[in-house]
Design a protein around this ligand. Structure first.
Ligand SMILES: [Fe+2]
Length: 234
């Protein structure tokens, strides 16, 4: 388990974000760091794991398999932990996982995950060439950074399937592009156990299918799943 001192982690995080925004925003040289807010505790019944696992959830230390990029990736999605807009139609999903190093078998902090998916109706925000999205509008797309324990988490909705040819449908999936310094870039996709199109798809790989668990809370139900990623050393 990797434990970065909090100050060290925050410094690295701010340097990374400063680099990402260089040329757009500049922090005043006399600016103070934002004060700590303390422990966020339990929100809505979901409690941060107290004991972190020491291996990927499926026990597989092989580098995560790649998968096709597809035609719908867009560069420059904002950093946020909610992929779709507020009140998006569809079944709410909470997905989390950790990014691991294949060589050291330790989690990788500060890995960048670039995530994109179709909406509930199986549409990407850029799939209609006649109506392209504004360049600063990113729907069902986000980037995330892993924390000091290699952990990431986001909320989204279950993506819709879409037709890629007459009667040929892609199963529900979420695209991932993962980058970490000194590790090989990974372009892959996450699939869901039980999707009726899984058996008919030409691109799906068995190792990329996760099982979702239904969680019931007072307000309704949502799906919960874990997708751990192992990166190969460059
Ligand atoms: Fe796709």
């Amino acid at each position: 388990m990797l434990e970065l001192p909090r100050r060290d982690f925050l410094t690295r995080a701010s340097l990374g974000l400063a680099a990402a925004f260089s040329g757009i925003l500049t922090l005043r040289s006399d600016a103070d760091p934002t004060p700590e807010s303390g422990d966020v505790g339990d929100y809505g019944g979901y409690v941060k794991e107290k004991k972190l696992p020491d291996a990927p959830q499926n026990g597989d230390w092989n580098p995560t398999e790649n998968n096709i990029l597809g035609p719908f990736h867009r560069k420059g999605a904002p950093y946020r932990a909610k992929i779709g807009p507020p009140l998006s139609k569809g079944t709410v999903m909470l997905i989390s996982g950790r990014v691991w190093a294949h060589d050291t078998k330790k989690p990788l902090p500060m890995a960048v995950l670039d995530i994109w998916q179709a909406n509930h109706d199986g549409r990407y925000d850029n799939d209609d060439p006649k109506a392209p999205p504004a360049k600063d509008v990113f729907l069902y797309r986000a980037r995330l950074l892993t924390d000091e324990n290699g952990y990431y988490e986001y909320e989204t909705i279950h993506p819709g399937r879409y037709e890629i040819g007459k009667g040929v449908w892609r199963p529900s999936h979420i695209h991932y592009m993962v980058r970490a310094t000194a590790y090989r870039d990974l372009v892959t996709q996450l699939y869901f156990d039980g999707d009726p199109m899984n058996d008919k798809d030409d691109f799906i790989k068995k190792s990329l299918i996760i099982r979702m668990e239904e969680k019931r809370v007072a307000e309704g139900a949502y799906e919960r799943g874990t997708f751990d990623i192992v990166l190969a050393k460059t």
